[in-house]
Design a protein around this ligand. Structure first.
Ligand SMILES: Nc1ncnc2c1ncn2[C@@H]1O[C@H](COP(=O)(O)OP(=O)(O)OP(=O)(O)O)[C@@H](O)[C@H]1O
Ligand SMILES: [Mg+2]
Length: 486
């Protein structure tokens, strides 16, 4: 894993990582609180053999003997015999085995110093045991080492560090435990994040979407905007927002795609419901219309029609009524989004939309719209759920697939592409919807991608006359006005 992908992992899954880290920290605090405190007290002895400092050999031998003895005394310190003597001497109300378990011995390396450490659940008791050891241990060693009753022992042991007393427990250590818990939690969080990422096959980058579209360009990256639910099509002051800016970029790339005007009829579909098709169609139409492009939306979603509602024109007669010959097309086309966009809403909902959408009458209607408009945008239902898109696909010049960031999977986009291609509808491009701001900010890349695909030099290439007029209008220049509608 490179540093870049690691940082990407942290950025994508930071919530999971933070939650797991804090959880582990909380568990460690809980366990620390439940752990009984342990206190300790230490006493230090020095082991020495009488020597004659004027005789180097004797002094060396005495030192060697002391070092050998100190190892043995360390074992005696933790023996049951000493523990039993301590309990009797100090009149302790606990078994000798408990005292023995709480005594540890440690020889200070390269010295003849021996340290006994006593641990207990009470600071006073730990100190009392250590004090008793400091008294009876030298006595026991003296008796042990004395060769005859009144003889002088060859080695002696005496206290050099009196038993310490501390009311601060040696364990648990709350701060150390907290950091250990947080550290382990961080590790567990990162591991979980790695696992979640390897199981997550949803589309997260422009490259992934481009590849799943079989190398087709990604025309736009639309940011996630919580205002979208209440204002699906930005109006007035909202036109200056980041989302509308993304739709303007989409418009520019869309215009490059139909640079020679040979294609006019585009269907917008996706793999599953709620991927952002209708909002994309409506906003693209709104972005196209100031440039003088004659654009119409045909609400071909007869299952959950939303485009009309998004443009402020819910319900009413529409497409199905035109197809059934109940009304004239001119009477059914309405203008929404503050008179900016023409739309043919779905009309009366039929029991089997796919039949109606695949009919000859539908083909004729599309041809009629093709002759009247520069751009016809068909808002379709999801392709993997219904046959509607494949039924009407053959009357379109191409399809644009909307993929929702972090939800749509590469495999699903491939399936959509395959099923549309199999009925002769070329998939021309894709749009990423509801993406995080950083992907939108870094989406300059898709221009480069397009440059390669279309051989265009965006930035230096002159915009189409209509596009230029549109850009002026959108950037605050004089409105170009709409072309005549026939
Ligand atoms: N950029 C966005 N940021 C946040 N929410 C969005 C965005 N675009 C669309 N939405 C919300 O997502 C939901 C689905 O959007 P939309 O109706 O455009 O999807 P759809 O693909 O047309 O759905 P359906 O499959 O039902 O036709 C709506 O509630 C809409 O407000
Ligand atoms: Mg829709």
């Amino acid at each position: 894993m490179t540093l870049r992908s690691f940082l990407g992992l942290v950025r994508d899954r930071w919530k999971l990582i933070v939650v797991v880290t804090l959880l582990a920290g909380a568990v460690s605090v809980g366990l620390t609180k439940r752990t009984a405190p342990v206190y300790s007290s230490s006493v230090t002895f020095v082991v020495s053999a009488p020597d004659d400092l004027s005789n180097v050999i004797q002094a060396y031998q005495a030192n060697l003997l002391s070092q050998q003895k100190v190892e043995m005394y360390a074992n005696l310190l933790t023996s049951p015999m000493l523990a039993k003597s301590v309990v009797e001497e100090a009149r302790l109300p606990i078994p000798a085995s408990v005292v023995q378990a709480g005594i540890s011995a440690h020889v200070v390396p390269q010295t003849v110093l021996l340290r006994a450490t006593v641990t207990s659940d009470s600071a006073a008791r730990a100190h009392r045991i250590a004090r008793t050891i400091s008294v009876i241990f030298p006595r026991q060693i003296g008796e042990l080492e004395r060769p005859a009753k009144d003889a002088t022992p060859p080695v002696s042991i005496r206290v050099v560090g009196q038993p310490s007393y501390s009311s601060v427990p040696v364990s648990p250590k709350p701060v150390r435990n907290l950091f250990a818990g947080l550290g382990l939690g961080l590790l567990a969080g990162l591991t979980l994040a790695c696992a979640a990422r390897s199981l997550d096959t949803s589309l997260k980058t422009i490259d992934q979407l481009g590849k799943s579209l079989g190398g087709k360009p990604v025309l736009g990256v639309i940011p996630y905007d919580r205002e979208a639910r209440s204002h699906p099509v930005p109006m007035g002051a909202q036109l200056g927002g980041v989302r509308m800016e993304a739709f303007r970029k989409l418009r520019v790339n869309f215009e490059f795609m139909q640079v020679d005007r040979s294609r006019k009829v585009f269907m917008f579909t996706s793999a599953l419901p709620d991927d952002g098709k209708s909002t994309t169609v409506c906003n693209l139409a709104v972005a196209l219309s100031p440039g003088g492009t004659r654009v119409i939306i045909v609400e071909c979603d007869m299952r959950r029609p939303q485009a009309g509602r998004y443009l402020g024109l819910p319900g009413g007669a529409g497409l199905t009524d035109a197809l059934l010959g109940r009304a004239e097309l001119d009477d059914l086309i309405r203008t929404g989004a503050a008179d900016a966009v023409d739309i043919l809403t779905s009309g009366t909902l039929p029991p089997d939309p796919a039949d109606l959408l695949g009919s000859r009458r539908m083909a004729e209607l599309i041809e009629e719209l093709r002759s009247r408009y520069d751009v016809v945008l068909l808002d379709m239902p999801p392709t993997l759920a219904f046959a509607d898109a494949t039924a009407v696909g053959r009357y379109c010049d191409g399809a644009i697939v909307v993929a929702r960031y972090g939800k749509t999977r590469a495999e699903q986009v491939r399936q959509v592409t395959e099923s549309l291609t199999s009925v002769g509808t070329p998939v021309l491009a894709g749009v990423f919807s509801m993406a995080p701001p950083r992907l939108v900010a870094g989406s300059g890349n898709y221009y480069a991608y397009q440059r390669r695909r279309f051989g265009l030099r965006i930035g230096r290439a002159p915009l189409l006359p209509r596009a230029r007029a549109g850009a002026q209008a959108l950037s605050g220049g004089a409105p170009a006005g709409k072309g005549p509608r026939s």
